[in-house]
Design a protein around this ligand. Structure first.
Ligand code: DC
Length: 214
């Protein structure tokens, strides 16, 4: 029983999806990391204009075990402001989306997963048993991202964090292909006034009600 979680940046999708997957004892798939991986590779390659050629030539491995560029494992490198912006820009390109789509679907073919992104309920896993659209107010999303940055020793003023987040939201919501959108059958979870545990508990209860077991 796969679960799709979509929503804008900073709504806590990754942390929540990870916690929910652990509770359900099924793998967690972060599709944003895949777009970030391509963005990282493209930046390293000098931001090539010919995306098709770059996709063929790049030395990038995206696998359940990890993401590797030129055999070097990537982790925090994928979380910089530059990579965030480039990932959001690149994700407008249908060629880039297609490149990842088959792989994302394959991951959910033989096993149940909790998959998180922007178009999981609307495009990637249209048949997911439970779909969530996770959001929170702009201010709280910016505040959370700001605090996460501080924990990682990244110093970006709160106002700047909020502006970057809103610019990214705008691009994600308005792109022509697979825009960020709540699927018709997705359950809206606004966690502006909920903490992590409350959000996960609420979602787990919904999954349990749909599935009968947890
Ligand atoms: O979830 P994230 O912030 O790590 O995602 C980075 C960017 O990747 C995001 O701005 C839009 C893009 N993305 C997408 O277009 N579709 C997805 N399923 C996941 C991410």
């Amino acid at each position: 029983m796969s679960i799709a979680i979509d929503g804008p940046s900073g709504a806590g999708k990754s942390t929540i999806a990870k916690a929910l997957a652990a509770k359900l004892k099924i793998p967690y798939v972060d599709t944003g990391a895949m777009y970030r991986a391509l963005a990282y590779a493209f930046i390293q390659m000098g931001n090539p204009k010919d995306h098709a050629k770059a996709l063929k030539e790049m030395d990038l491995v995206i696998s359940p075990e990890g993401i590797y560029y030129e055999q070097k494992s990537l982790d925090h490198e994928l979380r910089t402001a530059e990579v965030s912006k480039r990932a959001s820009e690149l994700s407008k390109d249908p060629l880039i989306r297609d490149y990842l789509l088959d792989y994302q679907r394959k991951l959910a073919q033989d096993q149940d997963v909790v998959m998180e992104g922007r178009d999981i309920g609307t495009v990637v896993l249209k048949d997911a048993k439970v779909k969530f659209f996770l959001t929170a107010s702009d201010s709280i999303r910016a505040q959370r991202r700001y605090e996460q940055n501080l924990e990682k020793n990244i110093q970006i003023p709160l106002e700047q964090v909020k502006e970057d987040l809103q610019a990214r939201d705008y691009r994600d919501y308005h792109r022509a292909v697979a825009p960020l959108k709540q699927a018709e059958d997705a359950i809206l979870i606004d966690n502006t006034h909920l903490n992590l545990e409350e959000t996960v508990d609420k979602m787990a209860a919904i999954v349990e009600a749909k599935n009968g077991v947890l």
